[in-house]
Design a protein around this ligand. Structure first.
Ligand code: ADP
Ligand code: MG
Length: 368
């Protein structure tokens, strides 16, 4: 089922009545989620991810705009009539019911032609339980399960009604690191197997990047960029997106463009054809530094961290906005910088992004 948002806006009255004013939680969202894809809504806390999700499922009304499932306008439909499955961060299982009863619960209130016989319900419950691999835990109570198992039950409960759209709001936040990794791969597998159009909300860029066909990067209720994770990483539209994606994070320098050349401090680091003279920010991905003893950018060497496959060099530079610069060097030969106090780098053009200092929007260098 294709899902489409058209100029969707949500305005809340201020929570603090004395201060007044209103919060534009979601500002004019227009995007399409193709049938059978998983999209990640990504952004820091408070940027409007949950509000967007709740409007898609119908728990929140849009202040303006429209939502379509396929060709149907569902903007005014109640959640029960939208055919969505919802999973929250805190599982929200019924503690006094067994796993089986929890999964069966949504099927018991089906009316009219959707009504199922007892045997059909049990069959469905076991089918989804197998899918999320909890079919041997059906008689347990939630308190007898680990966090990861509880979250699987919540996913099974959302899937049992065979929703047209699956909505997940930070479903991995309460799990420890190892389980988080495992469960996210699990969600990806289940999504692929069922082919259900899925919206996955998270503030964790690595999580969103690894699981999504497409990500929507948001800030303060405004969409910053939409695209395939790798495309957004390789081509951030502005400084916020560049900084939000990537571990270790992008290195940001303050710099300037003069006579179509890019400078960091006094060092002329790259050509900047087509960009007029101005102050800029220069973002360099950790893998964007190439060691070269005659390189233009000179940094003070702090230390070298060997991480097996690659080497991370930690250095400083007066123009750097990050406290330290972290570069990742893939080296076949052993790197020996002992006795050095400085390192020099060339910057790789495809890993270096220039942003206007005032608007923080990306400036594009013309190719020759
Ligand atoms: P996220 O899920 O990305 O952390 P939310 O969608 O929960 O963000 O919230 C977006 C903004 O809307 C925040 O500023 C939040 O304080 C505000 N907000 C959310 N729900 C309400 C509400 N019921 N009443 C007033 N303001 C709200
Ligand atoms: Mg939220």
């Amino acid at each position: 089922m294709k899902v489409e948002l058209k100029n969707v806006t949500k305005i809340f009255p201020s929570r603090n009545k004395k201060v007044g004013g209103e919060v534009v939680a979601v500002n004019d969202f227009t995007f399409e989620i193709p049938d059978g894809k998983l999209i990640g809504l990504l952004g820091p806390s408070g940027c409007g991810k949950s509000t967007t999700l709740y409007m898609i499922c119908g728990l929140q009304k849009c202040t303006s705009g429209q939502i379509f499932f396929g060709d149907n306008d569902v903007t005014e439909l109640s959640p029960e009539n939208r055919g969505v499955g919802l999973v929250f961060q805190n599982y929200a299982l019924y503690p006094h019911m067994t796993v089986k009863q929890n999964i069966l619960f949504p099927l018991q209130n089906l009316k009219g032609e959707d009504k199922l016989t007892k045997a059909e319900m049990i069959e469905r419950a076991y089918t989804v339980a197998k899918l999320v691999q909890i079919d041997d835990l059906m008689e347990r109570k939630p308190s007898e399960l680990s966090g990861g198992q509880q979250q699987r039950v919540a996913i099974a409960r959302a899937l049992v009604k065979m929703p047209r759209v699956l909505l997940l709001d930070e479903p991995l936040s309460n799990l420890d690191a190892r389980l988080r990794l495992q469960t996210r791969e699990e969600i990806r597998r289940i999504q692929r197997e069922t082919g259900i159009t899925t919206v996955f909300v998270t503030h964790d860029q690595e999580e969103a990047m690894s699981i999504s066909d497409m990500i929507v990067v948001m800030k303060l209720g405004v969409i910053q960029q939409i695209g395939k994770p790798q495309d957004v990483y390789d081509n951030p539209a502005n400084l916020f997106v560049a900084k939000f994606l990537g571990t270790p994070p992008i290195n940001v320098f303050s710099g300037r463009v003069q006579d179509e050349k890019l400078y960091i401090g006094d060092a002329e680091v790259l050509p900047a054809k087509g960009i007029s003279d101005r102050e800029v920010y220069v973002g360099v991905r950790p893998e964007g530094f190439a060691l070269n003893e005659n390189g233009a950018l000179c940094c003070k060497l702090n230390n070298v961290e060997v991480m097996g496959r690659d080497v991370s060099i930690v250095s400083t530079n007066e123009a750097s906005l990050n406290p330290v610069i972290r570069s990742i060097i893939y080296s076949d030969t052993r790197l020996d910088l002992s006795g050095h106090t400085e390192v020099r780098y060339d910057l790789k053009p495809i890993k270096t992004f220039i942003f206007d200092k005032e608007t923080e929007e990306r400036l594009y260098v013309e190719e020759n």
